[in-house]
Design a protein around this ligand. Structure first.
Ligand code: NAP
Length: 322
C-alpha cells in the first residue's frame, strides 16, 4: 500500500494594496534602499519601494567596485546592483516608479507624494542618495552631453584616442580617470590641491599610469567650444594665472549633492543638506528614517549604504511594531 502524503495548497503571495496603509515606504532604490527592502520584506512588513529612475542608483554606474566584501576580483556596479535587485525581487517586493515630491506626517502616519499620488504608511526610510555636484561655471550646462559629462562609465567609450579632463581628486575622480585610461589617449586630472583625497591604492595607480597627467592647484573656470567642447580655461589657485587647454571631453567628479529636497521641512539637515540621523538611522522626526548617501556620515560607500539600509529597516520594524 502506497503512502499518500497530503500537501496543503501553497498560500498565494498577495501583492501589497497600496491604497491601504502600508507599514513602510522606502524612497530610493540604491544599495541602501534595496537592502532596507530586503530586511523589511524578510520581516514580512507591508513595504513599497519608490524609485524615480533605475534601481541601483549612482552605484550602478561604477565601472568596478573593489571594496565591497566578498568580491576579490571586484564587481561592476551594474552587476552588483542587479544581484541585489534579484535578491529583493525574489521576496516579491512592490516597486512604485515615480518622483517623490514630499513627505509629511499627519496624525502619526506618513504621507508620501509620488507624482501627485499619495501613499500612506506607518514609517518611511529616506534612501534617496545624492547626485553629482556641479562646478557652476560658464559652459558647463551649455555643453552637457556635448563634451561635459558626469559619468565616465556611460560616456568614456566615446573618447577613444581623445584628450579628456577629469576634475576632482576624490575616489570618484581617480577611479574614473583610471577607467578612462582604457580608451582615451591622455587624461588630465585637475585638482585644487597638490594631494589627492582618493584612497592611497587608487592614487598610487593613477600616479603610475603613463596616460594620466595632473594639473595641481588648479580650477576649471570656463568650458569653451562651438558645437561641442573644444577647450577649458584653467586657473592656478595660487598665482591666479590662466591657461587655455584644448580637450575633447571633461568629466566632473567634485562630490555629491544630497537628494533631500522632499524632506527639507520635515527632518533636520546639516549645512550641505545631508539628513542628520542617530546610530539607528532615526531622523529628528519619529517614524522617519534615513539611510545611505543622503545621510550625514563620514564614509559614503556601497558597503556602508547597505549597512545603513539594514539598520534603518530594523529600526523601522521596531517602530511599526510599537
Ligand atoms: P569627494 O570624496 O567629496 O571628493 C570630491 C573631490 O572634488 C575632492 O578632491 C575635492 O577637493 C574636489 N572638489 C570639491 N569641490 C570642488 C570644486 N568646487 N572645484 C574643484 N574641485 C572640487 O567626492 P567623490 O569622489 O564623488 O566621492 C563621494 C563619496 O563616495 C566619498 O565618500 C567617496 O569615498 C565615495 N566613493 C567611494 C568609492 C570607492 O571607495 N571605490 C568610489 C567612489 C566614491 P578637496 O580634496 O580639496 O576637497
Amino acid at each position: 500500500m502506497s503512502t499518500q502524503i497530503k500537501t496543503r495548497p501553497k498560500p498565494q503571495t498577495k501583492k501589497t494594496d497600496k491604497n491601504k496603509t502600508l507599514d513602510l515606504i522606502i524612497i530610493g532604490g540604491g544599495p541602501a534602499g534595496l537592502t532596507a527592502a530586503l530586511y523589511a520584506s524578510r520581516a514580512r512588513l507591508k513595504v513599497v519601494l519608490v524609485e524615480k529612475m533605475i534601481l541601483g542608483g549612482m552605484a550602478s554606474t561604477a565601472f568596478s567596485i573593489e571594496n565591497y566584501t566578498g568580491f576579490p576580483e571586484g564587481i561592476s556596479g551594474m552587476e552588483l546592483c542587479q544581484r541585489i535587485e534579484k535578491q529583493v525581487r525574489r521576496l516579491g517586493l512592490d516597486i512604485v516608479w515615480g518622483n517623490t515630491t514630499s513627505v509629511k506626517k499627519k496624525k502619526g502616519q506618513s504621507e508620501v507624494v509620488v507624482d501627485n499620488k499619495t501613499l500612506v504608511s506607518k514609517a518611511v526610510i529616506i534612501a534617496s542618495g545624492s547626485e553629482a555636484a556641479k562646478l557652476g561655471i560658464a559652459g558647463e550646462d551649455e555643453f552637457r552631453g556635448r563634451g561635459v559629462s558626469y559619468c565616465a562609465t556611460c560616456d568614456g567609450p566615446f573618447y577613444k584616442d581623445k584628450n579628456v579632463m577629469v576634475v576632482g581628486g576624490g575616489n570618484s575622480a581617480i577611479e574614473e580617470a583610471l577607467f578612462l585610461a582604457r580608451y582615451a589617449k591622455k587624461i588630465s586630472v585637475v585638482h585644487r590641491r597638490d594631494e589627492l583625497r582618493a584612497d592611497k591604492i587608487l592614487a598610487e595607480r593613477a600616479l603610475a599610469n603613463p596616460k594620466i597627467y595632473f594639473f595641481w592647484h588648479a580650477l576649471v573656470s570656463q568650458v569653451l567650444g562651438e558645437d561641442k567642447v573644444r577647450e577649458v580655461m584653467l586657473e592656478d589657485v595660487q598665482t591666479r594665472k590662466k591657461l587655455k587647454v584644448p580637450i575633447d571631453g571633461i568629466f566632473i567628479y567634485i562630490g555629491s549633492k544630497p537628494n533631500s529636497e522632499m524632506v527639507k521641512s520635515l527632518v533636520k539637515l546639516d549645512k550641505k543638506g545631508f539628513i542628520i540621523t542617530d546610530d539607528n538611522m532615526n531622523t529628528s522626526t519619529s517614524g522617519i528614517f534615513a539611510a545611505g548617501d543622503v545621510r550625514k556620515k563620514s564614509l559614503r560607500q556601497v558597503v556602508t549604504a547597505a549597512a545603513d539600509g539594514a539598520i534603518a529597516a530594523e529600526s523601522a520594524r521596531k517602530y511599526i511594531e510599537g
